[in-house]
Design a protein around this ligand. Structure first.
Ligand code: HEM
Length: 406
């Protein structure tokens, strides 16, 4: 067993975000840490601090330039990839802006991408998403059983974002493989991370070259025509933005759709309630995002910062644990329960502050369509083998296999 995988004895001083039991159900660890050690620390996976209280996370996201987004992944890349990335950033600027950019560089990039994801723009992809979900269910409904994560949830976001980026939705399975390679499996496997990062960037490099010759009205062409502070974007920036848009919306959204289906498959009362009261979907989706929030983000500590009595040491990472903040009983009544009609729900599943998720409207639309379509066509379903359910964890947490019968 490698040192990184040894069992955890004290979560306050030696947490492991990849511990299999924690990945399955992290709630008890978060409750313990919030009370006993709200800023925990570990030397594993490159070393990091982790904030689990809502108020602390709120304060920390505002601390720039002390806390930097230049490398928002929690596990640092391999030394070779790190060298490569530093050289690129020196030559061309931020890697995947806006998520890897700090102020003042961040704002113009954020402004550039927000128009792609306004409520109106998002709504224009609803019909495509409905068709996609119905086609997926056509292939599943008569089987009486399926894997709701792999055969349904996982299939939706890569095709929707491909459609938005003007790339072929039929290549959805490839985009999923790339995203898993760079984000999910790549977290603990440096070769995969390097390999898939190259594949994604090469793919977009080719696409950018093609669109320069053959402009259209898609996202890539819009980025080619755009300017930041009076200057056209470099290929490096356009590739970085496209890389971000492809990757950011795939395993995040499929984790949320999957977690919702997993919840309903195992909670028949809640499932029946949604069948009876479909108008509750928007409120229920916010609650499912709160409870099963999939995404934690990293920051690089550049200057000493003291939070909740703990000094964060420069050079290490800080984890903004949005999912743990979402279960903070100081902020949410019955924080450890899914309350489908929760009225006051200021969850932070999409982050907060300047880096708040640019794709939240799209994610909500995809969840709404995916869940409504499933419930309309498969209203009765349950876990067929609860022990066979698997979860992926680390920076993005969600179910990867959910065997259900109906
Ligand atoms: C349920 C699904 C999703 C969740 C939970 C989620 C969560 C998050 C979180 C927590 C952040 C903050 C990052 C930080 O503070 O460093 C973020 C940023 C971002 N997300 Fe999402 N996301 C989801 C879906 C999407 C989708 C569908 C897209 C569309 C492409 C997207 C695009 C982005 C982008 C571009 C950023 C960077 C914004 C910035 O740095 O200013 N996300 N997301």
């Amino acid at each position: 067993m490698s040192d990184e995988h040894r069992p955890v004895e004290d979560w306050a001083t030696d947490y492991d975000i990849f511990d299999p039991d924690y990945v399955k159900e992290p709630g008890p660890v978060w409750d313990d840490l919030r009370q006993r050690c709200p800023i925990a620390h570990t030397k594993r996976w490159g070393g990091s601090f982790m904030a689990t209280r809502y108020e602390d996370v709120q304060q920390l996201v505002r601390m720039t330039p002390e806390l930097s987004s230049r490398s928002p992944t929690i596990v640092p890349p391999s030394p070779e990839l790190r060298e490569e990335m530093i050289a690129e950033v020196k030559a061309y600027g931020s890697e995947n802006p806006p998520i890897t950019a700090d102020p003042p560089e961040h704002k113009p990039y954020k402004q550039l991408i927000l128009p792609f994801f306004t409520p109106k723009a998002t709504d224009s992809y609803r019909a495509f998403t409905e068709d996609l979900c119905n086609t997926l269910i056509d292939g599943l409904v008569d089987k009486g059983q399926c894997d709701a994560a792999a055969e349904y949830a996982q299939q939706i976001p890569p095709r929707v974002i491909a459609r938005i980026l003007g790339i072929d939705p039929a290549r959805g399975a490839e985009f999923t493989e790339w995203t898993q390679g760079v984000l999910e499996l790549g977290q603990t496997n440096p070769e995969l991370r390097t390999k898939y990062r190259r594949i994604i960037r090469d793919f977009f490099a080719e696409l950018v070259a093609h669109r320069r010759e053959n402009p259209s009205d898609d996202v890539v062409s819009t980025l080619i025509a755009a300017e930041v502070e009076g200057e056209a974007l470099s290929d490096h920036s356009i590739i970085g933005i496209c890389n971000l848009l492809l990757v950011a919306g795939i395993d995040t959204t499929w984790s949320s759709i999957g977690a919702a289906l997993w919840h309903f498959a195992g909670h028949p009362e809640d499932r029946r309630r949604m069948v009876r009261e479909p108008d509750l979907f928007p409120t229920a989706i916010e609650e499912l995002l709160r409870f099963y929030g999939p995404v934690m983000m990293g920051r690089r500590i550049l200057e000493p910062v003291t939070i909740a009595g703990t000094e964060l040491t420069p050079g290490e990472k800080l984890i903004l644990n949005f999912p743990a903040a979402n279960r903070d009983p100081e902020v949410f009544d019955r924080a450890d329960e899914v309350v489908l009609d929760r009225e006051r729900n200021r969850h932070v599943a999409f982050g907060i502050g300047i880096h708040r998720c640019a794709g939240s409207n799209l994610a909500r639309m995809e969840m709404d369509v995916a869940l409504r379509t499933w419930f309309e066509r498969i209203p009765e379903f349950e876990l067929s083998d609860p022990d066979a359910v698997t979860w992926a964890g680390g920076q993005v947490r969600g179910p990867r296999s959910i065997p259900v019968r109906y």
